[in-house]
Write a protein that binds this ligand. Structure first.
Ligand code: ZN
Length: 602
């Protein structure tokens, strides 16, 4: 790292080490040099487990050492490694029908959530393999008249192609392959084979093995097969194309059928790629006597990983930008720099601190909050000794003086404390009680720790290569640092730790915390309007498909009124992938509505 650093950066670094206050004046910012280094070409987007991530971790440890932070008690360095699944690939799946064996990945490929198994059984075709719960008022059950116990179920990918829009919208929700696998498993099937029908997009192609962080399988062997394999399966009866055509009307009474005489032998094998990433954790010891009874630790944290070149499936890059370095300046070099600067501020402060300040940088946040989860589920400092956790994720793009503080529902102490420290800071605070946010704070709430998460809002560069250091609003980022340092100091020296309150997950939300969806909208931040003004839409994305375009103003989504970007961001978190919602918008002053189906970000 050190050899490769640019001259400008070495200069900034020397100034910081020589005299931090001077560096602040010279560079104009306490955070800028950190962001510029973390979001530089050299770090290649800091993907968890990559060499860029390791360089970033080394840098953070160096900075922590410089400010006088130490490894946690009982440890010799600041790195807390953990393992994670970075993706999956097929480990040699194969399939035999009537003496013919298919082994090529273009013919048979495990689904990424498949169990590893060797199974043999009679084949049965179950149409689209869809089961819609009764509550949806659409009677559709591919298994209604079919016994699939101990059989190998063959289903079509997607959902009926020609059904009316309303039916499609409902069926689409239940067409996720994981859901189909679960439905087959619950009906006693031995395995699931998926074929992309001749009348569907990607006809005859196997399903790509998507990025999937699942550590284990879904309880059933599942694979996708090619059109050639499907031809072999359907050789003696009704051709697949005819069967699909009948199903495609959406008629729920079109039953599946046994593929008579066809016995399948299937082996599935998934290799889940395990990688190691590192959290970087150190602490500044208390500077006044610690009272053991009052939770002697506080934690400030930010994730420092990002998307690398965006090839793990969570990039929002356009076709032209695809494969480029995702610099992650706002997400989350900004929060990382903020935490360094807050810790640095407290390290220099002559004011007493009765609690140890644990300074943490998480990795693998972008692929499922994995680093902070590893920490929170096996904390090196007992969770009941931690008085509070402060999270910083995307704090570098403040607009109009607005600072979002989330998870305020985790303690009744937060409202007054925030109000007090904001007198000097003067932000327009937007508080959200909900700790179920798509960032590391959710893991600390789950561990029973009073928490806060700071955020300056999303923007059109989110998860794209264009999230660069030049776009950071350093002046306001430094103001966030100053305000947060005051808050952290107050809690660090306070008599009583903030009382923890568990926040129930809102009933309207999906069951998986932190699910991220995208609607493919590009908000216009520069113009003040009531609602969400679109600067554009992502070509081919959900908003584009819903007919939205530049200049439209979204005023309602999924029955939530939208007055500003914050309302919108919050509403997005309540949406579920592949679940269509009604969007009300104005175009040239005229009120219109449409249906939009968000898609999963990953
Ligand atoms: Zn992110």
């Amino acid at each position: 790292m050190r050899q490769g650093t640019t001259r400008a950066f070495v200069g900034a670094l020397l100034l910081i080490s020589a005299a931090p206050s001077l560096a602040q004046t010279a560079a104009g910012s306490r955070t800028r040099a950190h962001v510029e280094f973390l979001a530089s070409d050299q770090l290649e987007g800091r993907e968890a487990g990559s060499s860029g991530e390791r360089l970033a971790a080394d840098y953070l440890a160096t900075q922590l050492t410089r400010m006088g932070a130490r490894p946690l008690p009982g440890r010799t360095d600041m790195f807390l490694p953990f393992e994670f699944t970075a993706g999956s690939r097929d480990g040699g799946s194969r399939l035999t029908i009537a003496g013919r064996t298919f082994t090529a990945r273009t013919e048979v490929q495990a689904l990424s959530f498949s169990d590893d198994a060797d199974v043999t059984g009679p084949a049965v075709f179950a149409g689209y393999g869809l089961v819609v719960p009764e509550s949806q008022n659409v009677a559709y059950d591919s298994y209604a008249t079919l016994d699939v116990t101990d059989k190998i179920v063959v289903v079509l990918r997607y959902f009926p192609e020609d059904a009316d829009e309303k039916t499609r919208a409902i069926l689409a929700r239940y067409s996720d392959l994981r859901y189909k696998a679960m439905a087959a498993r619950q009906r006693g099937a031995r395995a699931l084979l998926v074929v992309t029908g001749p009348r569907s997009p990607n006809a005859g192609q196997v399903v790509p093995m998507t990025f999937d962080t699942a550590l284990a399988g879904s309880g059933i062997p599942a694979a996708s097969v090619s059109g050639a394999v499907a031809d072999a399966l359907f050789a003696s009866g009704k051709p697949l194309r005819d069967a699909q055509q009948e199903l495609d009307s959406g008629n729920p009474h079109m039953a599946g059928f046994a593929l008579s005489g066809v016995t399948i032998t299937l082996r599935t094998s998934v290799v889940r790629e395990r990688h190691t990433a590192r959290n970087v954790v150190a602490y500044l010891p208390a500077t006044a006597p610690v009272s053991a009874a009052s939770k002697p630790w506080i934690v400030v944290g930010a994730h420092y990983d990002h998307l690398g070149r965006g090839d793990r499936g969570n990039s929002l890059a356009s076709k032209e930008e695809a494969g480029g370095i995702h610099y992650g300046a706002d997400d989350n070099a900004s929060g990382t720099a903020a935490v360094l600067a807050i810790a640095g501020t407290l390290a220099e402060s002559p004011q007493p601190r009765r609690r140890h300040l644990l300074v943490a940088f998480w990795s693998a946040e972008e692929i499922g909050l994995i680093g902070s989860n590893a920490f929170a589920t096996k904390p090196p400092v007992p969770a009941d000794q931690i008085a509070a956790y402060f999270n910083f994720d995307m704090v570098g793009r403040m607009q109009n003086n607005r600072l979002v503080v989330q998870a305020t529902g985790t303690s009744p102490a937060w409202a007054r404390l925030l109000e007090r420290v904001n007198v000097a800071a003067g932000f327009d605070l937007v508080t959200q009680a909900d700790p179920y946010q798509p960032t590391d704070v959710t893991n600390f709430h789950a561990a029973g720790i009073a928490s806060l998460a700071f955020f300056t809002g999303s923007h059109s560069d989110y998860h794209k290569p264009s999230d660069t250091a030049t776009k950071i609003n350093y002046e306001d980022l430094d103001r966030v640092v100053a305000m947060a340092a005051t808050l952290v100091r107050a809690v660090g020296n306070g008599d009583e730790p903030p009382v923890f309150t568990k926040v129930d997950q809102p009933a309207t939300r999906g069951t998986i915390a932190g699910v991220r969806v995208t609607t493919g909208t590009i908000p216009d931040y520069a113009t003040e309007v009531k609602g969400l003004l679109l600067a554009g839409v992502v070509a081919g994305g959900p908003a584009d498909q819903a007919g939205l375009t530049k200049g439209d103003v979204i005023v309602e989504i999924a029955d939530k009124t939208i007055a500003n970007i914050y309302d919108y961001t919050y509403a997005l978190e309540l949406l579920r992938a592949n679940q269509p919602v009604r969007v009300v918008y104005t175009r040239n002053g005229e009120r219109r509505d449409t249906e939009l189906t968000p898609i999963a970000r990953q």
